[in-house]
Write a protein that binds this ligand. Structure first.
Ligand code: GLN
Length: 209
């Protein structure tokens, strides 16, 4: 059985664990470095990236995570998790720890305060034709996606735009090899396509190693 760890220091890790189990994957919380033994993939949930980053350092998880990522571990960061995966973030608090795994610059709280949270339909060609219902909760955007980064979705205010992604909207979902990042919260909508997509990446990576 595929074993997915979900970083459980803070944020909405329970919702991810529930979805993964519904999909038949093994899912368990990761709080200590020893919890990472034997994981096939890891999800870093939404929450507060400053708090999560500090707790990651306090629990001695930051270096083991960097080492596993360097070794090819598939990791999916949602919202705060996406911020933690980025190489650089605007609006960072001084000394905010980042895993710096993805070649992206994010902007924290890009849409303003909590009350500016919103829901929208996204085109995500990697998931098929049906638009994806995305929930943004004080989310970031990807301001810059560098070499090796595939853009999976952009915020698109023109629902009638063609099959391809509108090149002008802010980037909200990215992939870099086995690393996946979404600025929104796929664990709260009941649409499991992003979790399925990540499990596909995990299986693909397991086969290639
Ligand atoms: N605003 C949060 C941060 O900067 C992210 C919000 C979320 O994960 N829903 O970490």
């Amino acid at each position: 059985m595929t074993r997915i760890g979900v970083l459980a220091l803070q944020g909405d890790f329970r919702e991810h664990i529930t979805v993964l189990r519904e999909l038949g994957a093994g899912a368990f919380p990761v709080r200590l470095p020893s919890d990472l033994d034997g994981v096939d993939g890891l999800i870093i949930p939404g929450g507060e990236s400053t708090v999560m980053g500090k707790l990651m350092v306090a629990y001695g998880l930051d270096q083991p995570l960097r080492d596993l990522i360097a070794g090819g571990l598939p990791v999916w960061g949602t919202c705060a998790g996406l911020i933690l995966l980025s190489r650089e973030t605007d609006n960072a608090l001084a000394g905010q720890p980042l895993l710096a795994a993805m070649n992206i610059r994010t902007c924290r709280n890009a849409f303003g305060p909590q009350r500016a949270s919103f829901e929208t339909l996204l085109k995500v060609p990697a998931l098929g034709e049906t638009p994806y219902h995305a929930v943004f909760i004080r989310g970031p955007v990807v301001e810059q996606a560098g070499e090796g980064v595939e853009v999976l979705a952009r915020l698109n205010d023109d629902e009638t735009a063609g099959e391809t992604l509108n090149s002008s909207g802010p980037i909200v979902a990215v992939r870099q090899g086995p690393l996946l990042g979404t600025a929104f919260h796929p664990e709260v909508t009941g649409d499991t396509r992003f979790h399925d997509y990540f499990l596909g990446i995990v299986r693909e990576q397991a086969r290639s190693q």
